[in-house]
Design a protein around this ligand. Sequence first.
Ligand code: SAH
Length: 334
Amino acid sequence: MRLALQHPEFGYYRHGDPLGRAGDFVTAPEISQMFGELIGLWCAEMWRLMGCPSDVTLLEMGPGRGTLMQDAMRATAKIPGFHEAVTLHLLESSATLRARQEERLAPHHPVYIESLAALPPKPLIAVSNEFFDALPVRQFEKSFQGWCERCVGFAESGLVFTLTPPDEALKLLIPQTMHDAPPNAVYEISPAAVNAMRDVAQHVARFGGASLALDYGFVQPDGKPTLQAVRGHAYADVLKDPGEADLTALVDFGMLGRAAAAQGVTVYGPVGQGDFLRAMGIELRAEVLKRRATPEQVAAIDHALHRLTDAAEMGTLFKALAFSAKPVADMPGF
Ligand code: SAH
């Protein structure tokens, strides 16, 4: 999965622009400006709750086309002192997307970091949308003989899934709640996601700040594999044409929340994206936008609002998880 997504030459996130209506999938910030705007307000409110410090890192992980941050910066432009206080940092592995982000975010002079270890020793406000789901997972499968790891091998037909021999030690990686799962149950874990969450939480615990991650995922693993491939807006075979399809796995929010909490930060959520956006005021924002809109635009705003918040669309499967260095009495959005 790591090679298919990140191989320097052939990796999906290394060549081309996978995002947007013409690409493989549409993400929340590409559906409506309201999404990035409200995340911008969340960041500004965190900054205010931190006591308006004068030198803060604002980080986005996996900024895609830069749409979320562009909307976030526009929405916060009039908040006195906020833009002066933040230095925009971006973590992005794709050179193509970097070029796109640099163009769109040029007025905000983004600084690129190669890893979270390169964050400056300052308070941090970190945000991401659909970043954690793009990080590789390991899959473990319960066979009749015990837990095995799923691997990828070569056969004449192409790439195939294989299983390692059963290994009692693997059981130590599997949560207790899954030990009695029926044969063929699959447990996924993303070490890269857990480590990224830990790194951000460790930084926030040490230097102050807060973090918000939106993604699609679950709170409790249920024994089903969630690794999937999307190509040209349709589901594709995970093993076919590596590097040509977007591979993602649902985010284990329970696991990520525990990884953050272990660093001493206070964790909020996860809550459904619909609840988060409504608590942040998306319905009011839609009303305000509609006041100056053409009838076609009004319909588009209503449609976007529905897609982002409705339980049958992105409102429930997508979730928001936040944490802050210090407990917040009324965490916005949660
Ligand atoms: N946040 C954007 C893009 C989501 S797609 C949006 O909502 O539209 C995932 C993003 O994470 C892309 O920008 C991708 O290039 C980036 N990404 C994926 N794996 C990464 C990694 N290991 N390190 C840094 N960036 C990564």
